[in-house]
Design a protein around this ligand. Structure first.
Ligand code: PHE
Length: 451
């Protein structure tokens, strides 16, 4: 789908390719695993409202700013800031992005490891969730202790294999076909939710917000989820935009990505919460919530093992495209900035991911008592990357485009998508300069109790 043009860098040949790639990066475990668990611990409806507001009020403009920087500079996050603002201080965003990508790679691999394990167990017909007690026992067996450690390593090995063999593009191509199938499966499971006894309770948990439940923690969590789900703040979207062609409409691509991404998250919520209430599981179960609930849904369906195998297989592939893209951030850094060979950089990033992944996997086993600031490694890595690094990275990008880039240039990029853009440009600049940075900053202050 990448086409080499005269200016030596490959570009996406079609509008569809640009959208498919950004949506492909955005949609993943973040929507299907992380959104329901975060919504579950943060009060359901209250969280959903905040999340939606953050996606469209902060996420879309920040996404636009990342697209803008990426397409203008046609380089990775380090190269982009270097090219557009020589001096170096803006590259801080690059370091934050690398840190975030390695932290995310670590805990993401554990969850992706669960998907591999569930896929294989379902295929072998070993997943029995026919009654709540056996189900719960099996779920604990699959997600805690030593087993997840092994599956984390297996998953990281798959990730390494793809990166080292340079077959990333093949995986992405396959996922362009497979992801729509995942979407259809989600729609089918969503329809199935209507038949569950807990449908009404689940839907009202998700869609009727209790505004008094909006606490600083909910706001920070929802902002982190918006950034995580849109793959924002770490340079991933910037790199993808470096392949956009001149005609790609940045605003439209950003809005389409945000709409489809949040649609998948809401679908996941409509699948999970009715089942949570039907099978008597606590919505506040945390990171393991979805893995406890889904098998119950499959066990109620005719041919459940087949559905389950297919679903976890597709989820595994969706995770793989995400981890491949986040590994690339570190790999290009070591290759281009530290002048390491590509294979050495790949080995280094994979080893860091392995150490981090083991710490996170063991958080559900022998290291469940080891906590820092009251969090296990898994929770800490998740919190630090999603709630801190990504919003800070996004804030830097927004300030950069708002204040450092010549207004004319912003207008020029914007004019490609609209005829008379002066009002549009002014609104956009208002977001880049003030609304996004201030909102992110205020939420940080709010979360540490200053306001
Ligand atoms: N957005 C991806 C998801 O929802 C996760 C991701 C984060 C991917 C950061 C790349 C970079 O699963």
């Amino acid at each position: 789908m990448l086409k080499q043009n005269k200016s030596e860098r490959a570009v996406f040949a079609t509008k569809f390719a640009a959208i498919a790639t950004t949506v492909g990066s955005a949609v993943g475990l973040g929507n299907i695993w992380r959104f329901p668990y975060e919504a579950g611990i943060h009060g359901g409806g209250a969280f959903l409202i905040c999340y939606m507001v953050f996606v469209f009020l902060i996420g879309v403009p920040v996404l636009y700013s990342e697209f803008f920087v990426g397409r203008s500079a046609r380089a990775n996050i380090f190269g982009a800031y270097k090219k557009l603002a020589p001096g170096g201080q803006w590259q801080l965003a690059g370091y934050i992005g690398i840190l975030a990508s390695l932290l995310i790679l670590s805990f993401y691999s554990v969850v992706a490891g669960w998907t591999v394990e569930y896929c294989i167990s379902s295929a072998l017909g070993q997943l029995d969730f026919s009654d709540t007690e056996t189900g719960h026992g099996q779920f604990l067996n699959l997600t805690t202790g030593w087993r997840p450690v092994i599956w984390t390593v297996v998953f990281l090995f798959c990730n390494f294999f793809i990166l080292i063999r340079g077959v990333t593009k093949g995986i992405e191509k396959a996922s362009n076909i497979l992801m729509p199938i995942l979407f259809l499966l989600l729609v089918a499971f969503c329809i199935n939710s209507f038949t569950l006894p807990g449908f009404k309770d689940g839907v009202s948990f998700l869609f009727s917000p209790d505004f008094s439940a909006i606490t600083p923690g909910v706001l920070l969590g929802a902002m982190g989820q918006a950034f995580f789900s849109l793959s924002l703040g770490l340079g991933c979207m910037m790199t993808y935009a470096s392949y956009f062609n001149k005609k790609t409409k940045l605003g439209r691509t950003a809005v389409t990505t945000a709409v489809l991404d949040s649609l998948v998250a809401v679908l996941a919520g409509v699948i999970i919460f009715p089942a949570v209430f039907s099978f008597g599981i606590s919505p506040e179960a945390g990171p393991t919530l979805v893995f406890e609930v889904l098998p119950y849904i499959f066990s109620q369906l005719p041919g459940g093992a087949i559905w389950s195998t297919l679903f976890f297989l597709l989820l595994f592939l969706a995770s793989l495209t995400s981890t491949v893209s986040m590994s690339e951030i570190g790999i290009t850094f070591f290759c281009e900035e530290k002048k390491m060979s590509r294979s050495k950089s790949t080995i280094l990033v994979s080893l860091i991911g392995l150490v981090g992944g083991l710490l996170c996997a063991l958080s559900f086993g022998v290291m469940s008592d080891v906590t820092i600031f009251g969090m296990t490694f898994f929770n800490l890595f998740d919190y630090l990357s999603s709630n801190i690094c990504l919003p800070v990275g996004g804030m830097i990008c927004s300030i950069f485009v708002g204040w450092m880039i010549d207004k004319k240039f912003v207008k020029d990029q914007f004019n490609r998508s609209m005829n008379d853009a002066s009002l549009g440009v002014r609104i956009l600049l208002l977001f880049f300069r003030w609304i996004c940075p201030a909102a992110i900053f205020l939420i940080f202050l709010n979360s540490i109790g200053i306001i």
